[in-house]
Design a protein around this ligand. Structure first.
Ligand code: DGJ
Length: 734
C-alpha cells in the first residue's frame, strides 16, 4: 500500500520526467504546405508549438527545418505565436482553448507529443499533431487537411480527456493562426434580410476585432463566417497576398482578429463560446468545425478560383454535376393557390422551358391551414382544401406535363398555432417560465433531442417514400433562437449550455441520414434568404438561396460578394418582380449562377415570353461554362460605373462575359474591358447573346479576335443607358 504523499511524490517524479523528456527532445518542424504556400510550426525549448512562418512554400522540403535557426523565441512568458493557445497557465492573450477540469481547476498547458501525416492521394494529405497537458489527462489533436493543388487547407481540432468526470470546455477554437507581417486588412461581410453579404474592409489595428453570431439558427443573418485577410495592402483582384476563409459551421461562430503588441496578427476562429460551455465526457472526442482557407499570392481572383475548384471537386454535393432550372411559385402566389392554379403553373414552366416546378410554402396544415406565416408550420400533411388529391397527384401531373416537381419544407420550425406544438410542447425551444418570443411567428424545434431528429428526418423520408419521383427539396429556416432552453437536455441532466452546439450537431446527423438514403436528390439551402451558407451544409446541399432580394442591381453586388467564396453552380438566382430593370437585365444577372424564375409567366406579353424562352435556350447552351468554368471578376462595380465578370471553360475554348451598367449616369465613356483566362494563341468569335427579337447588336456579327488581343487591348461591350446589360459569348475558331 502506498500512502497519498508517496503517491504524490511518484506522480511528481513521473511528470518531472515527462517535462524533462520534452525539454531535451529535439526541435520538431512541421510544415503545413500547399503547392504555393506554407505554414511552418515548430516546437520551442519548452516543447510548446509555435507558428514560425507563413508565406510562400519552399522548393526543398528539408529547408523548412532551417527556418528554426532564423527564428528567435523572445520572452518565453510572452508567447503570441502559439499554434493553439491554452489558458490559465503562461498565456496572457486571447486563448484558443479554455477549460475547467473535472476537479474544478482552470489551468491548461499543451505540449507537443507526436505528429503524423496521412497521404490520402497525390493531392490530399492530413497532418495531425497530438498535444497533451503535462498534468491532466487532457489532449488536443490539431488536424490539417491539405489539398495541395487547390492551395486549400481545412483545419479543425479534436479534444479528448480521460479525467474522472466531464470537463467543461469553455472555449474550443477550430484554428489559431499567426501571421507576422505589417498592415493587415480585413474584409468582412455583414447583412440583414434582403441585404446579405455587404462588405466592409478595414485595416486591423491594435486590439481584437471580433465577428460573431449569437442567433443560433439562421446564424449568418447579421454577420458572415466568410472573410478575407489581405497582407500589406487592401485586397485586390489580381495581385498581392490574400487569405480567403470560412468557418464551416451552421450555428453561432466567432472570429477574433487580434493585432498583438508586435503588430502581428493572431486569428482565432471557432464556435462562439457565448453561453456554450460544453460538457465533455471522458473518452469522447469533441471535433470542432473546420476553418477552411486558401491563400493566394496573386489576389482575390486566384484565391476565389482556388476555392471554387476545391468546392466543386471535393466539397459541394454533386459539385461537378448538373443543376435543374426551375419555376418557383412563391412570389406569384404566396399562400394563395390550389391544385388548378398549380397545374396552370406546370404548363407555364413547360412553356418557358425550365426543368422543374418548385412548390413553395403553404401546401400543408389542416386543423391550422398554412394560409399565412402564422399557422400550420410543423403539420406536414397536405392541406385538403388546396390539394384534395395530395402531392402524389401533383407529382404525376407535373410529370405528365414533362417537367419535374420539387417542394419546399421548413422542417426545423413550428408555429405555436399548430398540432405539432399542441402535441409536443417539449420539442420546442422555449423557456418554460417565460413568455414566448417569435421570429416570423414561429419557434425552433429542439434538434438536440433525438426524437426531434427522427421527426425531421421523417418529414423528408415520408415525402420521398410517398413520392419517389420528387426531384428537388428547398429546405428553409426562417427563425433565430430566442429563449434558448431545451427540455430534453434538462431531462437528461445535461447542461443547457450544450444546446447551441448539440442543435447543429443534431441537424448534421439528420442530414447525414437523409443523404445516406437519398444521396443525390438536389436540395436548396435557404434561410429566409441567405441566413445559412457554409461548406459543412453544402456537403448535403447542391445549392443555396443567397437572398430574397432579387432586384438584379442589388444582386450584381451581392453575387459579386458571394462569388469570392462560392462557385456559381451553388448560387440560386431567380427572376422575380423585384427591381425596375428590364427583363433582359434580370435574366442576364440570374444567368451568372443557377437560373430560376419566380414570376407569373402567363402574364408576360408575347415578346417577353419569346425572349424568356430564347434566353433559357441560350443559358442551356452556356451553363456548363458558368457552372464548371473558371470565374474572373473583371470590373468591380464598387470602384466604377460598371460590373463585368467572365467564365472560361477549362480548355479555354469558350467563355461568357457579363457586362452591366450599375449607375444611372447617362454620359458614360466605357474603356475596353480587359478579358482574362483566355488562351493568347487562340482566336475567338464574339457574339452577343440574349437580344430581343428584332434588335441588332452594335457588335459586328463576325468579330474575331485573339486571346492575346482581348487580354491586352480588351473589348468594348458598348454598355450605355440603352444597353445596360450585355452578354457576350466567345467561341474558339480556327
Ligand atoms: C423565405 C424564403 O427565403 C422564401 O424564398 C420563401 O420560401 C419563404 N421563406 C416561404 O415562407
Amino acid at each position: 500500500m502506498i500512502n497519498n504523499s508517496l503517491k504524490f511524490t511518484v506522480l511528481q517524479l513521473l511528470f518531472g520526467f515527462i517535462i524533462c523528456a520534452n525539454t531535451i527532445s529535439a526541435q520538431i518542424t512541421i510544415p503545413i504546405a500547399t503547392r504555393d504556400n506554407a505554414i511552418v510550426i515548430m516546437t520551442d525549448s519548452e516543447n510548446r508549438l509555435r507558428t514560425v512562418y507563413f508565406g510562400k512554400s519552399l522548393q526543398n522540403e528539408s529547408d523548412y527545418a532551417t527556418i528554426s535557426s532564423k527564428y528567435s523565441e523572445g520572452n518565453k512568458n510572452e508567447i503570441f505565436n502559439s499554434t493553439y493557445t491554452p489558458s490559465g497557465t503562461w498565456n496572457l492573450v486571447e486563448p484558443a482553448i479554455q477549460v475547467k477540469h473535472a476537479d474544478g481547476n482552470s489551468s491548461l498547458d499543451l505540449k507537443y507529443v507526436s505528429h503524423k501525416t496521412a497521404q490520402l492521394d497525390s493531392n490530399i494529405s492530413v497532418v495531425s499533431i497530438l498535444l497533451k497537458d503535462p498534468i491532466y489527462p487532457f489532449e488536443v489533436t490539431l488536424c490539417y487537411k491539405i489539398w495541395a493543388n487547390e492551395n486549400v487547407i481545412e483545419q479543425w481540432t479534436e479534444i479528448k480527456h480521460k479525467e474522472k468526470k466531464a470537463v467543461l470546455l469553455q472555449k474550443y477554437a477550430s484554428a489559431n493562426l499567426y501571421f507576422s507581417d505589417n498592415n493587415f486588412y480585413l474584409s468582412s461581410f455583414h447583412g440583414d434580410w434582403a441585404k446579405e453579404m455587404q462588405p466592409d474592409e478595414a485595416k486591423l489595428v491594435s486590439g481584437i476585432k471580433s465577428i460573431d453570431s449569437k442567433l443560433g439558427t439562421r446564424a449568418m443573418l447579421w454577420q458572415s463566417p466568410n472573410f478575407m485577410v489581405s497582407f500589406g495592402k487592401p485586397a485586390s483582384e489580381n495581385d498581392g497576398m490574400v487569405l480567403l476563409g470560412q468557418l464551416a459551421w451552421t450555428g453561432n461562430f466567432k472570429l477574433d482578429f487580434e493585432i498583438d503588441r508586435h503588430q502581428n496578427l493572431r486569428l482565432i476562429a471557432g464556435i462562439n463560446p457565448y453561453t456554450s460551455e460544453y460538457s465533455l465526457l471522458p473518452n469522447v472526442i469533441f471535433k470542432t468545425p473546420s476553418l477552411i482557407y486558401t491563400v493566394s499570392n496573386q489576389g482575390t481572383g486566384e484565391a476565389s478560383r482556388n476555392l471554387h475548384n476545391w468546392a466543386r471537386k471535393y466539397k459541394v454535393l454533386d459539385g461537378q454535376g448538373e443543376r435543374l432550372t426551375l419555376l418557383n411559385n412563391w412570389e406569384s402566389t404566396y399562400f394563395d393557390f390550389d391544385e388548378n392554379k398549380l397545374k396552370d403553373l406546370f404548363k407555364d414552366a413547360k412553356e418557358l422551358g425550365v426543368d422543374l416546378f418548385l412548390l413553395d410554402d403553404g401546401w400543408f396544415g389542416n386543423k391550422y391551414p398554412r394560409n399565412s406565416d402564422n399557422a400550420g408550420l410543423g403539420d406536414w400533411q397536405e392541406n385538403k382544401k388546396k390539394l384534395p388529391n395530395g402531392l402524389g397527384y401533383l407529382v404525376k401531373e407535373a410529370t405528365k406535363e414533362g417537367i419535374k416537381f420539387g417542394i419546399w419544407i421548413e422542417p426545423e420550425m413550428v408555429n405555436p398555432k399548430s398540432e405539432l406544438y399542441e402535441k409536443h410542447l417539449d420539442w420546442v425551444i422555449r423557456q418554460p417560465e417565460r413568455p414566448e418570443i417569435y421570429f416570423r411567428n414561429q419557434l425552433v424545434l429542439d434538434l438536440s433531442n433525438p426524437e426531434v431528429q427522427d421527426f425531421v428526418f421523417g418529414i423528408v423520408d415520408d415525402l420521398f417514400v410517398k413520392n419517389p419521383e420528387l426531384a428537388f427539396i428547398k429546405w428553409d429556416c426562417n427563425a433565430v433562437i430566442y429563449n434558448a432552453y431545451s427540455a430534453y437536455l434538462n431531462k437528461k441532466g445535461l447542461p443547457q449550455s450544450n444546446l447551441y452546439v448539440d442543435y447543429i450537431k443534431g441537424l448534421y446527423k439528420v442530414l447525414e441520414r437523409v443523404r445516406a438514403k437519398y444521396p443525390k436528390v438536389p436540395m436548396m439551402l435557404c434561410s429566409g434568404g441567405g441566413g445559412r451558407a457554409d461548406y459543412e451544409m453544402l456537403k448535403h446541399f447542391t445549392e443555396f438561396w443567397p437572398s430574397d432580394n432579387t432586384d438584379p442591381l442589388e444582386r450584381i453586388f451581392m453575387q459579386w460578394n458571394y462569388s469570392f467564396f462560392f462557385p456559381s453552380i451553388t448560387v440560386d438566382n431567380h427572376i422575380t418582380h423585384w427591381g425596375k430593370q428590364p427583363l433582359k437585365f434580370k435574366i442576364d444577372v440570374a444567368s451568372m449562377g443557377k437560373l430560376g424564375f419566380d414570376i407569373e409567366a402567363s402574364k408576360l406579353n408575347e415578346k417577353d415570353k419569346l425572349f424568356c424562352k430564347q434566353a433559357i435556350e441560350n443559358y442551356n447552351s452556356f451553363k456548363d461554362v458558368v457552372w464548371h468554368g473558371d470565374m474572373y471578376r473583371l470590373v468591380n462595380p464598387y470602384q466604377s460605373d460598371f460590373a463585368a465578370l467572365m467564365y472560361v471553360k477549362p480548355d479555354q475554348s469558350r467563355a461568357v462575359v457579363f457586362n452591366y451598367l450599375t449607375t444611372n449616369r447617362f454620359n458614360i465613356i466605357a474603356n475596353p474591358i480587359l478579358l482574362k483566362g483566355l488562351d493568347p494563341n487562340k482566336k475567338y468569335l464574339i457574339k452577343e447573346l440574349n437580344l430581343y427579337q428584332g434588335t441588332t447588336s452594335s457588335i459586328a456579327a463576325d468579330t474575331v479576335l485573339t486571346g492575346d488581343f482581348l487580354m491586352k487591348v480588351g473589348f468594348k461591350p458598348n454598355i450605355n443607358a440603352q444597353r445596360t446589360s450585355v452578354l457576350l459569348e466567345l467561341k474558339e475558331v480556327q
